[in-house]
Design a protein around this ligand. Structure first.
Ligand SMILES: Nc1ncnc2c1ncn2[C@@H]1O[C@H](COP(=O)(O)OP(=O)(O)OP(=O)(O)O)[C@@H](O)[C@H]1O
Length: 320
């Protein structure tokens, strides 16, 4: 859930490396508690954009505000403590134990031993690692997935409001990657962090992000939730990139909500209801189980209901 409060405001930033414009006149806003994924072609400027948020790269022009404060006016070290950063190759110090790695920022903040030890255990539990088992290990004694978990624990140690993640699961096998994605989503839900997550993987971007930014040639092509990206791609690139023409993608990613043309007030019993956020495939599954009954799509927040019938669904899915 987001609370519609801008935590990041990017105002017309451009980054030039010599003649190369890596990011061009880009503006966007991110609200507190959002999980934003950034997707795009190789070399499109995703990493450059991310690194400008914590001033690892300074914009050539434009401004970035975090909590309303221009990042240019904030001491870089203070800024980076407020913003956790996770990269693909975890960036752990090999000669340090897991606990020493996680304690890096706590030590900079001069936390006492007890507070630091407590936080190490807390963050390890958050990333599903048993502190007693992992505290004293070195990074080379961990699997790739475990290293990445420690990387996330370290980024969370100082309890930053924002987490920047640059292809954090890029080098992890598919099974562990799916597990890490689920865990990260859970961490985000329980901690309310604002996350900006760069990935090459369309499935990962759509699964994790409540909004996804599509990036090409240093510019945002579209920044929307997945329903909007599929239903209203703003240009050919977005359509092609997401494979909007492929029915399969629609069925996998669209929610039941998108099938409803007209919401009606709730009346009487809801005995075959499905959540508005359920994917279309679930609606179809339900319809096939009880072909005679319409499925009632329920939007809990707004207490509304819409109906989908089997004989209508192929027509509806075909039209969206
Ligand atoms: N330090 C630099 N000096 C010169 N050019 C750079 C520098 N960093 C990035 N670039 C260029 O800026 C453009 C954007 O690079 P960036 O790494 O942001 O892209 P990306 O979308 O993250 O790519 P990938 O998905 O391949 O990691 C590229 O053309 C790249 O070559």
């Amino acid at each position: 859930m987001t609370n519609e409060q801008p935590v990041i405001q990017v105002d017309n930033i451009t980054k030039k490396f010599g003649n190369v414009e890596a990011v061009r006149e880009t503006s966007f806003t991110v609200n507190a508690g959002e999980f934003i994924t950034i997707l795009g072609t190789s070399g499109s400027g995703k990493t450059t954009l991310l690194k400008m948020l914590n001033r690892l790269i300074e914009p050539t022009s434009g401004a970035i505000y975090i909590d309303g404060e221009n990042t240019k006016d904030v001491n870089v070290n203070i800024l980076r403590r407020r913003i956790g950063y996770v990269i693909q190759q975890h960036g752990l110090f090999d000669h340090w134990t897991v606990e020493q790695n996680i304690a890096t920022v706590c030590n900079i903040l001069k936390w006492d031993k007890q507070k630091t030890a407590q936080r190490i255990d807390e963050t390890l539990r958050l990333v599903q690692l048993d502190p007693a088992k992992y505290r004293k290990r070195h990074p080379h004694q961990l699997s790739g997935g475990e290293q990445q978990r420690v990387g996330i624990a370290r980024a969370l140690a100082a309890d930053p409001k924002i987490l920047l993640m640059d292809e954090p699961f890029g080098a992890i096998d598919a099974v562990n990657r799916a597990k890490l994605q689920d865990e990260l989503k859970e961490i985000q839900k329980t901690t309310g962090k604002t996350i900006i997550f760069v990935t090459h993987d369309i499935d990962e971007a759509l699964k994790l992000g409540n909004r996804t930014m599509l990036f090409k040639d240093g510019k945002i092509q579209q920044f929307d939730n997945k329903n909007e990206l599929f239903l209203h791609p703003q240009n050919e690139f977005v359509g092609d990139f997401l494979g909007v023409s492929k029915q399969l993608s629609k069925w996998r990613y669209l929610s039941a909500k998108s099938l409803i043309k007209q919401w009606k007030p709730v009346g009487g019993q809801l005995n075959n209801a499905i959540d508005a956020d359920a994917i279309v495939a679930k609606v179809v599954e339900r319809l096939l189980k009880r072909p005679a009954d319409p499925v009632q799509v329920v939007d809990r927040d707004e207490n509304k209901v819409g109906y989908v019938r089997l004989n209508e669904i192929s027509e509806m899915v075909g039209a969206i």
